[in-house]
Structures are given as structure tokens and as C-alpha cells.
Design a protein around this ligand. Structure first.
Ligand SMILES: Nc1ncnc2c1ncn2[C@@H]1O[C@H](COP(=O)(O)OP(=O)(O)O)[C@@H](O)[C@H]1O
Ligand SMILES: [Mg+2]
Length: 241
């Protein structure tokens, strides 16, 4: 076969590849402590992956590296074909804003803002000027998370489950390709957790890849795959599909 044909075939291979995150041999230290140890992981597009493991095993650090909140000391992280290690400041901001949605256990909502303004924050950071469009988008997203009646409520007027739904709405408003969730149900009772997991799961049908850190076996089992960490290494990787 000629060289040109081989080139075309290899291009086609790249295109058909369904991997959105390709982590290759990353390590991370904080001082003398090694938190991630040559970790390698591929994540398939539009799937939901749960990351489990004991406290201190490196789960949050792994999410933070994918979200560019932390940098690996060695190894390579490719997301949607781009090498994160080669990003300058501008590329990092663009990437976080356009590719990533974050959902945290502690919510981190702005208490002085109402629900609408909290969800609008990422759009304002993006510098999307047309506020008329914001209204339409935020109303639509609020109805998806079942909170349309709370649009002008203040954060303290909401239950924990409702606050977490606002966080998810805020993470989704920019149509991220990747949703990173760090113990999103950590502060919720089981009925609210079920709702949140269902909502996260739904995003995989909307061109979003979900990665969720969880301590709950039951929540993890709702995903497509469970990756278990211990001392910064993958010790188990279960496909549930
Ligand atoms: N910014 C930091 N500075 C120093 N140590 C850190 C920092 N972030 C995490 N660590 C340490 O790294 C280890 C792994 O942390 P983390 O990734 O948060 O674990 P997990 O989310 O699995 O509980 C812990 O021992 C933690 O104390
Ligand atoms: Mg953590």
C-alpha cells in the first residue's frame, strides 16, 4: 500500500476514535507526597464514568487536572484532540469556559445572587453580550432541572437538592463537552441523590461526557464505568454496559 493510502487510513482512524479524554502516565506531587502515580486513562465520548476510592486517593486531583485547575508534573493529557500541557493562560481560560462544567459537593453558589444570576455568571465571564439570549437559555435550562418556579429565589431559600440543581444548571449553561462532578451528592439525601444522578446521566445523551467522583456504590452503579483509585493508581476498572 502506498504511503498516501496509509496516511488516509490513519486519519480515518483518528476520526473514528471515540476517545474524548486521553490521559497518559500522569504523576502529581504536593511537596514530597505523591498523589498520582503514572496514571493512564482513556474516557469515551458521551459516557458517564464514576471515580471511586478512599479519601486521599487522588480523585479530586485527577478531576482538577482534567479541568486545568491543577497541572500534572509529568505525563500527557489530551482532551478532544488538544494537549492540555501545551496550553498558555488564554487557552486555559478558553478551554475551561467552553469545554468544562464543574459541579462541586459544596455547591459554591453566590449567596447574594438569585438563581437566575448564579446561572448567568459563566455567560457573563464568557462575555456573551446579548442578555436577551441569556434569559431564554437560562429559562430553558431551569425547566430541564425542574426549577423554573425558583428563578428569582435566593440561594438560602432553596433546599440542598435544589441548590445542587442550580449548580448543575450553572455548569450546563455553557454547553460543556465535559462535566466534572466532585461528590455531587455528598450533601444530599437519597431521594435527592437519585434525581441528581438521573440529571447527570441524561447529559450523556446531549453530547456531554460526565465524570463523577462518588463514595456511593449505588450512585457509581448508575454510570457506564467505575474506575477505582488507590494511592494515585487505578486498581480496578469496571465496564457496566
Ligand atoms: N493543593 C494541595 N496541596 C497539598 N496537598 C494536597 C493538595 N490537594 C490535595 N492534596 C493532598 O493530596 C492527597 C489527595 O487529595 P485529593 O485528590 O483531594 O484526594 P481525594 O479527592 O481522593 O480525597 C491528599 O492527601 C491531600 O491532602
Ligand atoms: Mg476529593
Amino acid at each position: 500500500m502506498g504511503r498516501y493510502c496509509l496516511f488516509l487510513l490513519s486519519c480515518r482512524g483518528e476520526e473514528m476514535d471515540n476517545t474524548i479524554i486521553r490521559i497518559n502516565g500522569i504523576s502529581k506531587h504536593f511537596g514530597k507526597q505523591q498523589v498520582l502515580d503514572k496514571l493512564t486513562l482513556d474516557v469515551e465520548k458521551n459516557t458517564m464514568t464514576s471515580i471511586t476510592g478512599a479519601s486521599g486517593s487522588g480523585k479530586t486531583t485527577l478531576l482538577n487536572i482534567i479541568g486545568t485547575l491543577e497541572k500534572a508534573d509529568e505525563g500527557k493529557v489530551m482532551v478532544d484532540g488538544s494537549d492540555l500541557t501545551g496550553f498558555d493562560r488564554k487557552a486555559v481560560c478558553e478551554y475551561r469556559n467552553r469545554m468544562i462544567g464543574f459541579v462541586f459537593q459544596a455547591f459554591y453558589l453566590e449567596p447574594a445572587f438569585d438563581v437566575y444570576r448564579n446561572i448567568e455568571v459563566p455567560l457573563l465571564i464568557r462575555n456573551d453580550k446579548d442578555k436577551k439570549d441569556h434569559k431564554e437559555l437560562i429559562t430553558k435550562i431551569l425547566s430541564e432541572v425542574g426549577l423554573e418556579s425558583k428563578i428569582h429565589a435566593k440561594v438560602h431559600e432553596l433546599s440542598g437538592g435544589e441548590q445542587q440543581r442550580v449548580c448543575i444548571a450553572r455548569a450546563l449553561v455553557g454547553s460543556p463537552k465535559i462535566l466534572l462532578c466532585d461528590e455531587p451528592c455528598g450533601n444530599l439525601d437519597s431521594a435527592n441523590s437519585r434525581n441528581i444522578i438521573r440529571l447527570l446521566r441524561e447529559q450523556t445523551r446531549r453530547d456531554t461526557t460526565v465524570i463523577m467522583v462518588t463514595h456511593s456504590r449505588e450512585d457509581a452503579e448508575c454510570s457506564d464505568r467505575i474506575v477505582s483509585l488507590s494511592d494515585g493508581r487505578i486498581v480496578d476498572d469496571k465496564d457496566l454496559r
